[in-house]
Design a protein around this ligand. Structure first.
Ligand SMILES: Nc1ncnc2c1ncn2[C@@H]1O[C@H](COP(=O)(O)OP(=O)(O)OP(=O)(O)O)[C@@H](O)[C@H]1O
Ligand SMILES: [Mg+2]
Length: 261
């Protein structure tokens, strides 16, 4: 466990991905790779403040695949955004691979994001003016990877995710499922410690959703840690562990799982 690279016997050239993932330190295997403790977040709103997170505790072990479910507005996306360092918690701590990210300033969070986080959204968030491969190359180059290496990894990822033949197309000509697989390739460009996904199958039909879930299962099989928000019981059933959120708290399921010390 601990590698993030996808492996698939039908593809030939993924040794580079595997090598790259072995080089990355993953911290102490016994420590949860993600630890959320007492996290609170309130949004100021016109009528009354919205207490989106009201004390969330959650541990995720390295290599685990966790699904988060719960009704609309219960705080799922807020939690993912805080873990991704896209927003700041009011209270509590979030630790990723041993680093307390809730102590970081904006620059520190941006660095943390590049090192540790890959994120997949419901509506893909692709750069529509760039080809498929450039969408994957760009985040790696922003993180400091040289173009040649970034392109090699992007080509491998697109092949592994089954959109290698769409490499030079613009996202607009791809199907929903293909766009989401491209978005996943982009999220994997920097070999993230954590793959976060906010309703990655929400905009897809059943078949497209199953494709994406199968892909996550494969990534998980290769050691990728995944935290996925979903409304679909079928999709959640593909994860190792399901927790239920309500009113800004974990109300059901084991918040510690096999990350228990
Ligand atoms: N930037 C914001 N400003 C004000 N209120 C916000 C903001 N972001 C989220 N909220 C509120 O916080 C609560 C939690 O929102 P969040 O997006 O986390 O819910 P969710 O569980 O992801 O819902 P859904 O399943 O519909 O995506 C909601 O009441 C929402 O209106
Ligand atoms: Mg949401």
């Amino acid at each position: 466990m601990g590698g993030t690279a996808v492996s698939d016997s039908t593809t030939t050239n993924n040794s580079e991905l595997a090598d790259a993932s072995r080089e990355r330190p993953r911290g102490d295997a016994a420590e949860p790779v993600l630890r959320v403790h007492g996290v609170r977040k309130t949004f100021e709103a016109e009528l009354a403040p919205v207490r989106a997170l009201r004390g969330v505790d959650l541990d995720v072990a390295s290599g685990e695949f966790l699904a988060i479910m719960g009704p609309s507005g219960c705080g799922k996306s807020t939690l993912l955004n805080l873990i991704a360092g896209l927003d700041l918690a009011d209270d509590g701590t979030i630790t990723i691979a041993g680093e307390v990210i809730t102590d970081e300033d904006e620059d520190g969070l941006a660095r943390m994001r590049r090192r540790h986080i890959g994120i997949v959204f419901q509506f893909f968030n692709l750069l529509e003016g760039m080809t498929a491969i450039e969408n994957v190359v760009l985040p790696a180059m922003i993180a400091g990877t040289r173009r040649k290496a970034a392109e090699a990894r992007a080509r491998d990822l697109l092949d592994l995710l089954g959109v290698g033949d769409k490499r030079d197309e613009l996202p607009s000509v791809l199907s929903g499922g293909q766009r989401q697989r491209l978005a996943i390739a982009r999220a994997l460009a920097n070999e993230p410690t954590l793959l976060l996904a906010d309703e990655p199958t929400g905009a897809l039909d059943t078949e497209g959703g199953q494709e994406v879930l199968e892909l996550f299962r494969r990534l998980h099989g290769d050691g990728q840690t995944i935290v996925m928000v979903t409304h679909s019981h079928d999709v959640a059933a593909g994860a190792d562990r399901i927790i239920q959120f309500r009113d800004g708290r974990v109300v059901e399921g084991d918040p510690v799982g096999n990350g228990r010390p």
